[in-house]
Design a protein around this ligand. Structure first.
Ligand code: KG4
Ligand code: ZN
Length: 355
């Protein structure tokens, strides 16, 4: 008996992702991004994202089928992100998934986006496992740190599909959002994460001590595993204002030092909290996911701190860290394999869906 062939659709933010898997084997991971259309607004515009998904959906499905070398009729199931995310954007993916499932007469599975990020670790394919750093199977439980432009969450995963617990999340901005906002302050284009990463290389991460949100003893009582980045962003803004007030045009803004110091603060707080969770819960494993995992300092510090703490670090390849349909398909295939009931057609988009 062959493993189920599952197509997964992801439209929670600005990426239209369509992935195809056979069991755990990755066959296709087609992505269309509307990032460029949001650039002039400095952030994702929900209405623009939804329209872009509608336009990209059919071509992206076709590309995924092409890449996988399969036909629509071969599919055994459809999986789709039902939340959390932008409601209008989610609805486009959900509608497409329902249409496919009904017309093909195959079951449909609604998948939580955050669970999908964790599911990226399931995927197998040429060269894929090697890039995980850890070649063996993901052992459970694991702590998962998901950081992107839309979310910053710390999860405890006991079972990939049925037991994922939210330990903490951002109480204001997502980490990627903070990167984008600070980049804007520094006159760098959107999306800001890669730009800050680029200019920070030439800077001194110790030049300015920016605050680490929610790490004071008083905050830790209530927010041990939560994050806050809006204070950090404000602190960078104040620093830039002060520099300009003091020096005017006489001394250019030390962009590299500001970027490096800011990046250091974000990486530090992310990994301090993630490793505190590993230590408190006695879980010697940490899985990373989300677009901010592309950050060079976040990656380096993750390796450094995990080695020091004796924690196994797993980092999916970047194409599976950023939002994609393959991770959704991977969870769908797992649901099929474990005999879970399909979701039916009555579900809708839930922009604040808990794990
Ligand atoms: O996962 P993703 O592609 O989409 C979602 O937001 O869901 O993440 C995009 C976010 C953006 O905020 C972007 O600035 C950030 O990830 N990002 C980075 C880097 N590359 C992308 N942040 C820091 N350093 C990077 N190298
Ligand atoms: Zn995501």
């Amino acid at each position: 008996q062959r493993e189920p062939l599952v197509l997964g659709i992801e439209t929670s933010c600005d990426e239209t992702g369509v992935g195809i898997v056979r069991g755990r084997t990755l066959l296709a991971n087609a992505i269309a991004s509307s990032m460029d259309e949001h650039a002039r607004y400095g952030g994702v515009v929900p209405e623009v994202a939804a329209r872009a998904h509608l336009e990209a959906m059919t071509p992206t499905i076709e590309r995924a089928l092409d890449d996988a070398g399969v036909a629509l009729e071969d599919l055994d199931a459809i999986a789709v992100t039902c939340g959390p995310g932008l409601a209008g954007a989610l609805m486009v993916g959900i509608s497409a998934a329902k249409a496919l499932a009904v017309s093909l007469g195959v079951p449909l599975y609604a998948v939580n986006h955050l669970v999908g990020h964790v599911g990226a670790d399931l995927l197998q394919g040429p060269g894929l496992r090697e890039t995980l750093g850890a070649v063996g199977e993901l052992e459970l439980p694991t702590v998962a740190l998901l950081v992107s432009g839309g979310h910053t969450s710390l999860l405890l995963v006991r079972d990939l599909v049925s037991d994922v617990e939210m330990l903490g999340e951002t109480i204001d901005d997502a980490a990627g959002e903070a990167f984008d906002k600070v980049a804007r302050l520094l006159g760098l284009p959107y999306p800001g994460g890669p730009q800050i990463d680029r200019v920070a290389v030439a800077g001194d991460p110790g030049a300015i001590r920016f605050p680490r949100g929610l790490t004071r003893p008083k905050d830790l009582e209530r927010h041990r595993y939560d994050f806050s980045f809006s204070g950090l962003k404000t602190s960078v803004a104040r620093w830039v204002e002060k520099h300009e007030a003091e020096y005017g045009g006489a001394s250019p803004l030390p962009v590299a030092d500001v970027a490096a110091s800011f990046r250091e603060a974000v990486a530090d707080v992310l990994l301090t909290k993630a490793l505190a969770a590993c230590s408190d819960l006695g879980v010697p494993r940490l899985l990373l996911g989300g677009g901010v995992v592309a950050n060079a300092r976040v990656r380096d510090l993750a390796h450094e701190r995990c080695v020091a703490a004796g924690v196994e670090l797993r980092v999916p390849p970047l194409s599976l860290c950023t939002d994609n349909g393959a991770m959704i398909a991977a969870i769908g295939a797992r649901l099929v394999a474990e005999g879970h009931a399909p979701s039916g057609l009555a579900f809708g988009a839930d922009s604040t869906l808990p794990v």
